[in-house]
Design a protein around this ligand. Sequence first.
Ligand code: HEC
Length: 258
Amino acid sequence: MDRRPFALNLPSLSLSLRVLFTGFLVVMGVGLIMSGVQIFLTHGMADGKLGVSKEDIVYSYYGDRSDSRLAAKLAGTMKDKANTADKAAIIRWVEEGSPQPEWGSSVQAVFAKNCVKCHGTIPGLADFRTYEGVTAFTEVDEGASVTALARVSHIHLFGIAFISFFLCGIFSLSVGLPTWLKAAAIGAPFVFQLMDITSWWLTKWYPDFAYMTMLGGFTYNASIGFMILTSLYQMWVMPWRGHTSMENTWTRLPPVNR
Ligand code: HEC
């Protein structure tokens, strides 16, 4: 009978299993960096300034409720398309809740005079010949819709849970860490992922929860980064330095010499 001791842990794995795990960890690590870049460029620019801030998250989920898109454009790229009096007339009407009777009596004429030569003739541009065409832009920006949030949430929940499961599964074979630290690191991505997604929904109604989004996202990445680096170190640097371990990581029983 084979009496050699048996230990299941990262430094003891066969070459093929280490290559398999390493491939997964490296590609996931690159994926994390890419998602960081993407968040930086989309949400990060939401307030027009580079870098992810609380305002970016608030803009993305809660929206910019101080302004309709029409008013924002009239103060922005459409600034020179009407004189001050006409712009003021449009904005006053929007602030009153864009009432339909005033549209017919006066506001339609303002749009016809200043805007319709482009908005109504150039395909692809918003059409301002009709009341409906204009009111599509008079509502305040309420950020992400519930439909969009539900879609993104469920994709994230399923996808990220899979990734976390495999990453944490590999890390569960690591040695030399206090039991509590290892268990906490393995639980962390799941807790922080739920926290991140919960915070999107809360931010949609209460902008201050944007801090929770930042905390959830940061701690998720920190815990994953810690596990990837620890696992790579134990699979390659430890055996290379001749370090071995008799820890059986997947059982609570002490190592035995059969
Ligand atoms: C000379 C042509 C022209 C005129 C006149 C013009 N616009 Fe525009 N408008 C554009 C173009 C081009 C865009 C798309 C580029 C951009 O958003 O700046 C645009 C975009 C917009 C948008 C954003 C629509 C969207 O789909 O996001 C709004 C709102 C808007 N214009 C309002 C107005 C109003 C109000 C007036 C009249 C006071 C006006 N525009 C007059 C050319 C024009």
